[in-house]
Design a protein around this ligand. Structure first.
Ligand code: NAD
Length: 471
């Protein structure tokens, strides 16, 4: 490893440029550095290099690519603190709690898991009629387009399986968090062969250039449903393969047998992880009338006592929204709920003189299922809590939206919880937790929350072409 990218200063100077687009800290407005912005010519050049590099990368024995992923994980581990500081500055997420250091750690964990999965050819038939074998071969060049909320971790979700399966990768980070992804790629490229992994920072037009590029064979996309639909249309021309991880509006159903004191913290963090800016976070909570007031009060107490502030300050575990547009979405939805008569139990009154895109952790009770704060993905620190008398009604409400990423059931009785879980329409239903993704367990959405799976051996198969050999 030649360059030392283990301090924040080194890493920042390796990825910033003199002329480029300014990036600011969402907590303070402070200038962090200028990012390079790519042109469509840069995309063409990166794709050409990726295609060339894929020849030798795809021809390596699988075990060697696996070793490269372990070396990449070592490099991330060495630079973890520097990477966490880039996240804290650019995304605004605090170093502590389930935030920046946690994200850097997840990058290492997902690299190692993807290095270690066993993917073997399957003998499907072997009898007098002959033999049929199913194996998986590289697709070619993968274009990976990502969002701003977990920019490093989601990039790893896209690139680690792709590289393992012999593809090369061109990443297009969100225009809101270009430095985080460039920092991650710089660290990984200390150990990866040249041009196996490249990054083209830019806005939506560069994402579109990637998704339309005739020499890109597969798109891994994480972001909004609307952009996912545009990507599907672009991909149709060349019949590109696509994996789409899109927006959600996850429901959590609490049953009447929970111990509120024991479960309130986990419910809170299921909703407020990364200050609510998480695809599979709990975004609407259904609570039975019998324990409604008690749970609302417990969640409001936690929300009002949990420290929120600058990402780089060690004491905080909640941060600002990453960008102004997202803050406005949250603020407008809470205002609409207030006007409709909902009760803003805590939060809901941002200090407009404070610098940065802060919005207080907000608990909203006495809210109707058809209120926009329930129906629309708020993607921020505001949780609507809906009262129910009839469990069937709560399940119907949970299922009635056109998205289905995650969901959860909270109960002291596993059997009861599993019966309810079986009736929820979502890619994953957690019991007594929410959003707890695991690199070994496939993750993906149903309905307009996407298509395809990530993680585990299933995830590897999605960045490869199935190949049948019959003799
Ligand atoms: P977004 O769709 O606005 O942007 C995502 C990426 O797409 C960005 O890099 C953007 O530049 C690019 N892009 C924009 N227009 C494009 C086009 N026409 N063609 C190709 N690329 C284009 O999403 P966002 O605001 O960054 O992310 C928030 C959304 O992502 C939320 O809805 C959230 O639920 C979802 N999300 C989903 C998951 C998941 O795993 N399912 C994870 C994180 C976020």
């Amino acid at each position: 490893m030649s360059l030392n990218l283990t301090t924040y200063e080194d890493l920042l100077s390796a990825i910033t440029v003199d002329d480029g687009q300014a990036v600011h800290d969402p907590a303070t407005g402070e200038f962090i550095g200028n990012t390079k912005m790519s042109t469509t010519d840069d995309v063409d050049a990166a794709v050409a290099r990726a295609r060339e590099a894929q020849q030798s990368w795809g021809a390596l024995p699988d075990a060697e690519r696996s070793q490269y992923l372990h070396k990449a994980a070592d490099a991330v581990k060495e630079s973890a603190e520097a990477l966490a500081h880039i996240l804290a500055r650019e995304v605004g997420k605090p170093l502590n709690g389930p935030n920046a250091r946690f994200e850097a750690g997840a990058c290492e964990a997902w690299l190692r898991a993807n290095a270690d999965f066993e993917i073997q050819e399957e003998v499907l038939v072997e009898d007098d009629s002959g033999k049929a074998i199913l194996s998986y071969v590289p697709i070619g060049v993968v274009g990976a387009i990502g969002p701003w909320n977990w920019p490093m971790m989601i990039s790893i979700w896209q690139l680690a399986p792709s590289l393992r399966m012999g593809n090369t990768v061109v990443m297009k980070p969100s225009e809101h968090t270009p430095l985080s992804v460039q920092a991650l790629v710089a660290v990984l490229n200390r150990v990866l062969p040249e041009h196996v992994l490249q990054v083209v920072p830019g806005a939506g037009d560069i994402g579109q250039a990637v998704s339309e590029h005739p020499d890109i064979d597969k798109i891994m996309f994480t972001g909004s449903t609307k952009t996912g639909q545009a990507i599907m249309r672009s991909a149709a021309a060349d019949m590109k393969r696509v994996t789409l991880e899109l927006g959600g509006n996850d429901a959590g159903i609490v049953l009447d047998d929970i111990n509120v004191d024991e479960m309130a913290q986990d419910i809170f963090w299921g909703a407020f992880i990364n200050t609510g800016q998480t695809c599979a976070a709990l975004k609407r909570l259904y609570v039975p009338a019998a324990i409604y007031d008690e749970l609302v009060e417990a969640l409001a107490k936690i929300a009002s006592e949990t420290p929120m502030g600058q990402g780089v300050s060690e004491e905080n575990v909640l941060g600002p929204l990453q960008n102004e547009a997202q803050r406005k979405i949250v603020a407008d939805l809470v205002e609409e709920a207030r006007k409709a008569g909902a009760n803003i139990v805590t939060g809901g009154n941002p200090d407009d003189d404070q610098p940065g895109y802060f919005y207080p952790a907000t608990i909203v009770s006495d809210i109707d299922q058809h209120n926009p704060l329930v129906q629309i993905e708020q993607f921020g620190p505001a949780l609507p809590i809906i009262k129910y008398d009839d469990l069937d009604q709560a399940i119907e409400w949970a299922n009635e939206l056109d998205v289905g990423l995650g969901s959860s059931v909270w109960s002291s009785d596993e059997q009861r919880a599993r019966e309810v879980a079986n009736r929820l329409i979502a890619g994953t239903t957690w019991i007594n937790k929410h959003g707890a993704v695991d690199p070994r367990v496939p993750f993906g959405g149903v309905k307009k929350s996407g298509m395809g799976l990530e993680f585990g051996v299933e995830g590897l198969k999605q960045v490869a072409l199935p190949k049948v050999t019959a003799l």
